[in-house]
Design a protein around this ligand. Sequence first.
Ligand code: HEC
Length: 286
Amino acid sequence: MKKVRTLPQAVGSGALVALLAAVALSAPPVLADEAPVEKDAATLEFERFRAEMEEFGPSGLWEDKGEQLWKTARGPKNVALADKCDLGLGPGVVSGAYVQMPRYFPDADKVMDAERRIVWCMVNLQGFKEEEITKKPFAKEGQDTPEQTSLVTYVAGQSRDLKIAVPQKHPKEIAAYKIGKEITGYRAGPYDFSCLSCHGEVGKRIRMQNLPNIATPEGALQSFQGWPGYRMTGGVMLTQQWRMNDCFRQQRFPQPKYISDSITALLTYLTANANGQVYKGPGIKR
Ligand code: HEC
């Protein structure tokens, strides 16, 4: 990995404004401006709409589907994840598991986030082929939701109203956090963007969207809250893995490999920064 520059030395806010202005001229999809920290009318309106939608609870559909998938014996080995899959708290235990991942799993000798772990169980316990699962990792409009998305949504729902408590004990968990932190500040690509170019200040926006400052506990919570989320654009259920992929695209980086070490590291950093705060369960995103 190239040298990682920290935000203050690499991007003074003047330089950032110039950078973003240059991008605005050359690449119409990305337009950013500073916004006051107070929420504007559009944001408040959206939040009200989201609260109403959340009461109606579209993610419940995928939680139900995921629960069935979790409890049914399936795959070439005819195994139920509910009997065998250990999400960190013992085989089959789902309550509280989502808010304690990513974590280190001795059987795989890897740190894994929820989605990666669920795919690991599908492959290693049920006998599904990883190539088949990774072919269509994310939901698309008009297509069936990938099974692992429903499973993640079910598992996440079983941590509703619980405190985020990502472990930072095992050396590999600590290493994942550090690597994740480095990735957020790693600048490259045609616009020399890092995550922090867009997510390193409070009150930054692109078009209508408020961008969380992922280096703060509030921003870190926003990165976790509401995922997996029902995306109103397209009407599909999407996971944090998808969000990360889409932000690599925002950053004009190559698409990362599905369920890779680097995405787990990024999620370890983002989620551990939100430790101690309460997760409200699967939600709704624009
Ligand atoms: C070019 C700007 C840009 C870059 C660079 C970028 N993002 Fe994003 N990010 C966005 C936009 C736009 C959204 C969508 C906001 C929305 O829909 O409300 C977003 C959303 C997110 C969210 C979800 C926030 C929420 O409310 O749920 C997270 C987490 C996130 N980005 C993390 C990252 C990480 C980690 C990186 C670096 C790998 C990164 N982003 C790089 C623009 C960017």
